[in-house]
Design a binder for this molecule. Structure first.
Ligand SMILES: Nc1ncnc2c1ncn2[C@@H]1O[C@H](COP(=O)(O)OP(=O)(O)OP(=O)(O)O)[C@@H](O)[C@H]1O
Length: 258
């Protein structure tokens, strides 16, 4: 079953076409890889799917509902969560509170409840805290619940980002370069965690430059280059695709010239 479908997605910034008529679909339950050289349009595609931008042209359907004009919080509520290329945590807050904030879109308490805290609100707070602890346990951070987020080592901050995204109870989770800056052991743990998230029934869309990670964990990979989709297939197909090889070779040569 198709969970999300982007049709003819185009995004123009000023004179620059960051995405050009891209068709993409994500099947329920899969881990789909999204790769491409720097500037290929990967993050722009994430920004369209999560409502940060509305596409210049094209449509986005999540569970057959058009979402291209919805706001990010509405899209989160429908069941799409994301993490960012640069970690965005509340560093001064505890690990637990970072996850509790993630759950906010699913809780009922408004300003009145938060100030006067009637029993129903206190009951909800308790449930929210328990749920947040369960999520921390799931990602292996329960021991660090009381620490300040900024004091966690890098690999654990990445896990916390994932925990916060999971707290929104997504069906689809978008991960933007989760392994960036990680050492090999952290990367291995991350691979296990992504697999575990997927085994728990979440569909995953993964942007990643670490080819070993992408090839190892994704059964299907979409490749972008200069805003266009140039390949869509199994790791084996993508690895041997002439256009993909050219795109990466071109990018490597560009870097050498610079
Ligand atoms: N808000 C914006 N305004 C203007 N140009 C933008 C904006 N966002 C992205 N771009 C441009 O769109 C193109 C695609 O960028 P994008 O960040 O989507 O690429 P990417 O594949 O995620 O790259 P990287 O791997 O380096 O993160 C780039 O040329 C970028 O400079």
């Amino acid at each position: 079953m198709t969970l999300l479908e982007g049709k003819n997605l185009t995004m123009v910034f000023g004179g620059l076409t960051a995405l050009d008529s891209v068709d993409i679909h994500i099947n329920k339950g899969e881990i789909l890889g999204l790769i491409g050289p720097n500037g290929a349009g990967k993050t722009t595609l994430f920004n369209l799917l999560t409502g940060v931008y509305s596409p210049s042209r094209g449509s986005i359907y999540f569970k057959e509902r058009e979402i291209k004009n919805l706001k990010p919080y509405q899209i989160t509520r429908l069941g799409i969560a994301r993490t960012f290329q640069n970690i965005r945590l509340f560093g001064e807050m505890s690990v637990l509170d970072n996850v509790i904030i993630g759950q906010h879109c699913r809780t009922k308490t408004g300003v009145f409840g938060a100030i006067f805290r009637p029993p129903a609100v206190r009951e909800e707070e308790k449930r929210v805290k328990e749920k947040a602890m369960e999520i921390l346990e799931f990602v292996g951070l329960d021991d660090a619940a009381k620490e300040k987020a900024k004091n966690l080592p890098y690999g654990k901050q990445r896990k916390l980002e994932m925990a916060r995204a999971l707290a929104t109870e997504p069906e689809l989770i978008l991960l933007d370069e989760p392994a960036a800056g990680m050492n090999p052991q952290e990367t291995n743990e991350l691979i296990e965690l992504i697999q575990k998230v997927n085994d728990a029934g979440k569909t995953v869309l993964l942007i990643e430059h670490d080819m070993k990670l992408v090839m190892g964990i994704c059964r299907r990979i979409v490749v972008l280059d200069y805003g266009k989709k140039i390949a869509d297939g199994t790791p084996e197909e993508v690895k041997n695709d002439e256009n993909v090889l050219k795109a990466y070779l071109g990018a490597a040569l560009d870097k050498e010239v610079k």
